[in-house]
Design a protein. Structure first.
Length: 106
């Protein structure tokens, strides 16, 4: 796994990644989440329907609401996302292992 600097490249919008960031006390942290590029992720596909519309980006041209541009950390249960800043690096998630059949185990 190699880390990619956000100065050089951002992940595809909506792609789940591991990212490194600095919290308000100056401590480095890692989280799982995603980056949302401007007007690429529909709010209805990513956030609860009862979210305050003032928190979303509205496109008059398309008459749609979008997730605001930025980085979002997923909560432990994956139900909530928290906006984060100070992201310095990211790396793709590892692929899930394929299930082994009984003949290849052990």
């Amino acid at each position: 796994m190699s880390w990619i600097s956000t100065k050089y490249k951002l992940p595809e919008s909506g792609q789940r990644v591991i990212f490194s960031w600095t919290n308000c006390q100056g401590n480095k942290r890692t989280s799982i989440g995603y980056y949302a590029a401007e007007h690429t992720l529909l709010a209805e596909d990513h956030w609860d329907a009862d979210v305050d519309l003032e928190l979303l980006d509205y496109s008059e041209k398309e008459d749609k609401y979008y997730v605001p541009e930025g980085w979002y950390e997923e909560g432990a249960e994956g139900e909530y996302c928290y906006s984060q800043s100070g992201i310095t690096h990211w790396t793709p998630l590892l692929k899930k292992p394929e299930e082994e059949n009984d003949e290849t185990q052990g």
